[in-house]
Design a protein around this ligand. Sequence first.
Ligand SMILES: *Cc1c(COP(=O)(O)O)cnc(C)c1O
Length: 229
Amino acid sequence: MTTIADRISIAQSQIAQAAQNCSRNSEEVTLLAVSKTKPIADIIAAYQAGQRCFGENYVQEGEEKVIALKQDYNDIEWHFIGPLQSNKSRIIAEHFDWMHTLSRDKIAKRLNEQRPKDKSPLQVCIQVNISNEASKSGVSPEEVNQLAQTIDELPHLTLRGLMAIPTATEDVNLQRREFAQLENLYLELKQQYHSVDTLSMGMSSDLAIAIEHGSTMVRIGTGIFGSRA
Ligand SMILES: *Cc1c(COP(=O)(O)O)cnc(C)c1O
């Protein structure tokens, strides 16, 4: 039987291979284990295999897991990667280390006000809607600069970079085009802000292309924890 530990080491070697193929150092790419809907026992199993960064999508579920694990596993880094309504922002500000899906000024300001002053700033990525699909969340590429400037002026947030969920497609050319656009946006942002060092893109199916286009964080759920109910 393949264990969670086995699957983490497989994911790590896929990252290493993809990095090597494009002459990047695999240490530039962080594996984010997406544990949404999975039980705490699975998170502990991944932790025991050396995994420290976990991604959650649902506010309530994420809060419960952070609270349950914070005493005994206090070096876990918690990343919120789901959609956030402004009335739930306090939970993220109080419990998470990272927020990947920021796409509104209003939520940035709320997170800044609600971040406990005894914690380090909340690390944030701007979510970009690269395919411009109305159904997807995120700002358009043209709106990145405006939101980046807002975030940069907020003392309890640190702008780390961009996050995207590119179009799920079999069309490799479309995929490459979107990843290349994101890479360019990221490089432009990095030139403007010293704090920017993160491009959160790539999942199990498109990890290699994402890494080829500069991804520094790949988000893998099913590949580590198995399929979700
Ligand atoms: C669920 C999710 C993932 C992981 O997806 P898998 O298909 O389970 O690997 C990555 N990123 C985001 C934003 C997600 O919501």
